[in-house]
Write a new protein. Structure first.
Length: 83
C-alpha cells in the first residue's frame, strides 16, 4: 500500500467520521426541540417551586419584620456608598 493510498483512505475515514458526528448532532437538536414542544404542549414547563417562593416572600415581609428590612436596606445603602 502506497502513501497515497493511505492518505486517500485516511481522508475518506475523516470525512465519514465528521459526517457521522454532524448527523448525530442534527438528530440530537431535532429530538431536543421536539421534546421541548411536547413538554410545553402538555403544560409541564410551569415551575411551581419558584411561584411558591415568590408568594412566600411577601408573607414574610408582612409578618412585622420592618426593623429587619430597614436594617438590611441601610446596610446595603452604606455598602453601595463605600464601594
Amino acid at each position: 500500500m502506497t502513501i497515497f493510498d493511505m492518505l486517500e483512505q485516511s481522508g475518506v475515514l475523516t470525512l465519514f467520521g465528521m459526517g457521522v458526528v454532524f448527523s448525530f448532532l442534527v438528530v440530537m437538536i431535532v429530538a431536543i426541540t421536539l421534546v421541548g414542544k411536547v413538554i410545553h404542549g402538555l403544560g409541564l414547563d410551569k415551575d411551581t417551586a419558584s411561584s411558591a417562593a415568590a408568594k412566600a416572600v411577601p408573607a414574610a415581609a408582612k409578618s412585622g419584620n420592618g426593623e429587619v428590612t430597614a436594617a438590611i436596606s441601610a446596610a446595603v445603602n452604606e455598602y453601595r456608598k463605600n464601594n
